[in-house]
Write a protein that binds this ligand. Structure first.
Ligand code: NAD
Ligand code: UGA
Length: 319
C-alpha cells in the first residue's frame, strides 16, 4: 500500500515540528513548509526539525505562504495548516500587519492552492483565542466567538476562511481550537518556557496580573493526537476544542515548575497586558464524543517533561 503523504505548514515551529515527527513515525511521508520568521530565534526552529531532517521521508520547503508561488507545493492526502504568527500579547500596533499577512492572507492563499484538490482532510490550527473572554465556561464550540486580542481576530478570520472554502468547494476542512499548548519545544515567548528559563538562570519570573488567571493548558502530545484523529475520523466542517482537561492557575503552574527544577522563584508582578483573557476552559464533550479524544497528560507530568527539555536547552547554551 502507498504511504500517505502529509503537508505540514509551520513545520519548524513548536506544534508543527512535533506533528512532523509523529507523522514520520507513523509511516507517512511529509512535506514541511516554513519560512522561519524571526518572531523568535530561527535556530530554535532548525533544532526542532533536526530529527526530521535525517529521515528520507521528510522534505522541507522554505517559503512564505503569504507571498511565494504556491504552485510548487505537492499534491497531498492531508494538509495540516499550523503556520501562523502566534502570540496574543504582541498583536497590537504595527505588529498587526504581520498577523494579517501570516494568519489571514497566507491561509487564503493555501486554501486557493488546495481548492479542488483531492484531500482526505485539511486541518486548520485554530485557537481558544477566538473565544476571548468567553460568554460561558466551560466554553463549547457553538459559543459566540468574541476575540479579545487582534491575534484572536486573525485566527478567527483564518478559521472562517477555511470553513467557507469547505462549504463552497467541498474542501474537507476540520478546525481544531487548541487551548494554550505546552511541552518540549514550546515557543520562548510563552509562559512556561519563560518561567523555566528564569528558574534555571536564577532570574525573576514576571507575572502579569495577580497570577490567578487560568488556562486549560494542553500538553503537546495530546494536541498532536487530536490532529491525527481529526484527519482520520472528523467530519468535514467540524470545529473542535482541544483542551488539556483541567483548569490551572499560573501561580499553581509555577509551584509545579519549582519542584520539577529544584529552584525557588522570585516573583515580580506587572499589570495584566491588554488582550490577555483571565480564563480559558474547554468544553470537551464534542471531541470526546466524535473523535474519542481525551487528553492523557496531567499538568504535573507535562510540566516535568517541559522542565527536563528546558534544562537540556539552557545547559547547552551555557556550554
Ligand atoms: P510557532 O511560531 O512555533 O510555529 C509557527 C511556524 O509557522 C513558525 O515556525 C513560523 O516560521 C511559521 N510560519 C509563520 N508564517 C508563515 C508563512 N507565512 N509561511 C510559512 N511559514 C510560516 O507557533 P506554535 O505555537 O507552534 O503554533 C502553531 C499553530 O497553532 C499556530 O497556527 C497557532 O496560531 C496555533 N495555536 C497555538 C497555540 C499554542 O499554545 N502554542 C494555541 C492555540 C493555537
Ligand atoms: C497561548 C499561545 O501563545 C497562543 O498562540 C494561543 O493562540 C493561545 O495560547 C490559545 O490558547 O489560543 P497564552 O494563553 O497567552 O496564549 O499562553 P502563555 O504565553 O503560555 O500565557 C499563559 C498565561 O501566563 C497568560 O495569562 C499570561 O498572561 C501569563 N504569563 C505569560 C505571565 O504571567 N508571565 C509571562 O512571562 C508570560
Amino acid at each position: 500500500m502507498r504511504e500517505p503523504h502529509a503537508l505540514v505548514t509551520g513545520a519548524a515551529g513548536f506544534i508543527g515540528s512535533h506533528l512532523v515527527d509523529r507523522l514520520i513515525d507513523s509511516g507517512a511521508s511529509v512535506t514541511g513548509v516554513d519560512c522561519f520568521t524571526d518572531y523568535y530565534d530561527p535556530s530554535l526552529k532548525r533544532a526542532n526539525l533536526a530529527r526530521a531532517m535525517t529521515s528520507p521521508r521528510f522534505r522541507l520547503m522554505e517559503l512564505d505562504l503569504g507571498a511565494a508561488d504556491l504552485g510548487a507545493l505537492p499534491e497531498a492526502d492531508v494538509v495540516f495548516h499550523q503556520a501562523a504568527q502566534a502570540g496574543v500579547r504582541a498583536s497590537w500596533g504595527a505588529e498587526f500587519a504581520a498577523y494579517t499577512h501570516h494568519n489571514v492572507l497566507a491561509t487564503q492563499r493555501l486554501l486557493e492552492r488546495y481548492r479542488g484538490a483531492k484531500l482526505e482532510r485539511f486541518v486548520y490550527a485554530s485557537s481558544s483565542s477566538v473565544y476571548g473572554d468567553a460568554e460561558r465556561y466551560p466554553t463549547a464550540e457553538d459559543s459566540v466567538p468574541r476575540p479579545f486580542s487582534p491575534y484572536g481576530v486573525t485566527k478567527l478570520a483564518g478559521e472562517h476562511l477555511a470553513l467557507l472554502y469547505s462549504r463552497n468547494f467541498d474542501l474537507p476542512v476540520v478546525a481544531l481550537r487548541y487551548f494554550t499548548v505546552y511541552g518540549p519545544r514550546q515557543r520562548p515567548d510563552m509562559a512556561f518556557h519563560r518561567f523555566a528559563r528564569a528558574l534555571l538562570r536564577g532570574e525573576p519570573i514576571v507575572i502579569y496580573g495577580d497570577g490567578c488567571q487560568s488556562r486549560d493548558f494542553t500538553f503537546i502530545d495530546d494536541a498532536i493526537e487530536s490532529n491525527l484523529r481529526a484527519w482520520k475520523h472528523a467530519a468535514p466542517q467540524a470545529v473542535y476544542n482541544v483542551g488539556g482537561g483541567s483548569q490551572v492557575e499560573v501561580l499553581e503552574a509555577i509551584r509545579i515548575l519549582e519542584r520539577a527544577l529544584g529552584a525557588k522563584a522570585e516573583l515580580r508582578f506587572e499589570p495584566r497586558p491588554p488582550g490577555d483573557p483571565l480564563r480559558t476552559r474547554a468544553d470537551a464533550a464534542r471531541i470526546e464524543r466524535d473523535l474519542g479524544f481525551r487528553p492523557a497528560t496531567p499538568i504535573a507530568r507535562g510540566l516535568e517533561a517541559e522542565a527536563e527539555w528546558a534544562r537540556g536547552l539552557y545547559a547547552e547554551a551555557r556550554r
